[in-house]
Design a protein around this ligand. Sequence first.
Ligand code: HEC
Length: 444
Amino acid sequence: MSRLREAGKLPGRVVTWLGERFELEDSVMAVLRHPVPRELERPVGWWYVLGSATLAVFIAQVVTGVGLAMTYVPAPNSAYDSLQFISHGASLGAVVRGMHYFGAGAMVILVLAHMTQVYLFGAFKFPREANWLTGSLLLLATLAIIGEWLTRLIVAGNNVGGATLTRFYATHVFLIPAAIFGLIGMHLYLVVKRGISEPPVAGLPVDPPSYRARYAEMLRRGIPFWPDSAWRDAVAAAAVVAAVVLLAAILGAPDLNKPADPTNVVADPRPDWYFLGYFAILALIPPATEAVVIVGLPLFAFTFLFLVPLLWPDGERHWSRRPAAIAAVALPFIAYAALTVAGIESPWVPKLEGGTLPGSVTQGLTEPARRGSDLFVSKACVACHAIEGAGGRRGPDLSHVGSRLNRDQLTARIATGGGGMPAFAGSLTPNELDDLVTFLTTRR
Ligand code: HEC
């Protein structure tokens, strides 16, 4: 019995021993116990846990990433097989891959939620501008690590050349994570040095000359971060990691893409949901402006992010006194949500199944026009074009094309294609082309 009691004291003794030998009292413990504003004890303190939750998911990404790297082989002939083995052969492999996959999504959500909270609380203002700047770089690195990996899967498929694969892999497992580690170090250093911002009070603006003294005064009545405030962070961190584990355990790893098939002309590669809106923009804009949007939109967004603390370092912090700031958050979120919905529906992707024309369209056609209407279905025109509500929406509705274009124009349009319309000169005989045009001229 007494031996058991002795054993029970062991962990405490180990901690004390380590603390003394490594002199943690005036370093790690001092940092953990640093004072924070007393208001964080109140429920408003829950708004402050998003950064810790993000960090926890990032650490989980590193752990699962190392686990995957033990088995994944970044070589053209082995990459697909090794992923197959991780997902179906290795014990817990599917869960680890699933955690890495859902962890990536969780990180995007949490980083954005954290930034939104910091922005709406005005916590980026003096003297915490550099916290915001390093945070923006962390967002950039987070999106880069995910985007780069996705590009490999979507643009290059799983069978890219060896050099490309090695470069992608090295960037994903060394370069960007190393950058994130360095930035997290700076970010946390600043969080401790600058102190955690007090919850904003409407009518109490940030006045740089007097802010420091006011904040120091506030901290004299403060509470120690550990344990009085940090328990919320611990709870939130445990909750998000548990959610990722649960999703991975229940839903498992995402399906492996088949090795890319170059003969599939209507491939519909889907990015993860958080990039769907971005893909929707690219699908909806005129092709000529694509380069401008691909480079320009992120450039504009990040330039804005970096300018935020430099343009608005002082003044009111409370969101109720910053209507423009609320709009700056709400509008992009609403726009992106709408684009994501469009991305999910993606009317610009050809419809592969169920292409038939309604009886009202095919009724009473002359013999050539009826053959044309059959060709319209068998040559998959209907995958991209709708007539009287039936068909895809990739190309224009052709219900009344006969009143827009004459025979010659129709013939030229179908034979030569262009602007997202395939050229059919090679895959239709002159008679078939004639029948198709005859059919379309009935559409007035
Ligand atoms: C992969 C999708 C796709 C397929 C398949 C397709 N088209 Fe098109 N088509 C388009 C797009 C996109 C346009 C619009 C091009 C533009 O804006 O210049 C278009 C334009 C047209 C036009 C001109 C419409 C107008 O109002 O100016 C006609 C006519 C047409 N297609 C007929 C056909 C026929 C007939 C077939 C089958 C043999 C066919 N298309 C197959 C995508 C497709």
